[in-house]
Design a protein around this ligand. Sequence first.
Ligand SMILES: C[S@@+](CC[C@H](N)C(=O)[O-])C[C@H]1O[C@@H](n2cnc3c(N)ncnc32)[C@H](O)[C@@H]1O
Length: 376
Amino acid sequence: MTEASNDDMDVNMLVSQGQELVDSILRRRPLAEIKALIDAGAPVWFQDDEGLSPLHAAAYVENEELVRLLIDEGAVWNAVDNLHNTAGDVALSLNNEKCYTMIRDAGIRSELLLSLLQKRAPAVNSPLNIILKATDTTPAGSTDAFLSTKLEYTKDEHGQEICLVKVADQEEVGVMMGWERGIMQETVHKLCSDHANLNEGLKILNVGFGLGIIDSLFQNLSTKPSLHVIIEPHPDVLKHMREQGWHDKPGVKILEGKWQDFIESDELLSVGGFDVIYTDTFSEDYTELRRFFEHVPDLLAGPESRFGFFNGLGATNALFYDVYRHVSDLHLADVGIDVEWSDVDVFEGDTDRWGKTREYFAMRTYRLPVGRMKTF
Ligand SMILES: C[S@@+](CC[C@H](N)C(=O)[O-])C[C@H]1O[C@@H](n2cnc3c(N)ncnc32)[C@H](O)[C@@H]1O
């Protein structure tokens, strides 16, 4: 028998064992029987024609013990079925908190481990990498591609200002859309409105200008910022800012380049600490955001200072969004920052309003982070 037909036989065997595992779980066979199938080599990572994995099946039959067993055996927590649902989404839709939490915690553990591995050895190519590390080489997922692609500032059919970038011949993606205004307003409110130094004029650092929504809100605070530093690298955004007079506003300092170019520079460190720092950079993945987190404590003025970031990663799916929030919370705790999360309703009862541009943020609720240095 040839090597190729041996391989075919192995694959056929795995597929039929995997299918038997999924079917047995759905038929609620006893746990001992399921364990025996796994011990005999049935693959816990298997997905059938509909994308159903053993973990999906265990979530459907709401069997906590089985969910735990499959996770311990290495089931893939973030596998999606053909309808883009993970096993966690299935548990959530059935209101099964225990199963959901087990799957989510498996996600958090594996992402924490993954980012630890990435810190030590950069080229880890794991399928678990899909949320936190961008593998996208289009302008939507790669900073270099984004910075060399033309942007278009225009108005949508609702008259709202938008900024678009072309990611493929026929496809444009919103870099910043008007629907995010509510999130920016609430962010500025949470970061500034009861800040002890508000009346003296806050020292603010914002990374990523976009449509300038958040920067305009900072400028419109009851007392103008005493210093307002904006870091922005995209030539078309800088041109737009110049046309709108941002370079001439008193107290505003624009650093033309990427945050990575300035983060350890005297221009930022000699300020002696910012009262408020915010970052939202589009096209960067979580690895970069986490690198930014590590610099935040050196840039904040003190315990009353606050840090916010656009919490949009993983927002195409409830489980991914939740895992990502917990992972960022833990990584910020690692650098000495406590985060308070609050909810912003971004749905406003009108799903069609922003059409395709809303696809990257499918959640009804935006989880808004406000970080402060831990006090001991
Ligand atoms: C989503 S927009 C920011 C929107 C802004 N918060 C607002 O209220 O309109 C992202 C911005 O980050 C900028 N950007 C991307 N990579 C960056 C980097 N490495 N450093 C600084 N800015 C970056 C982009 O050019 C873009 O202008």
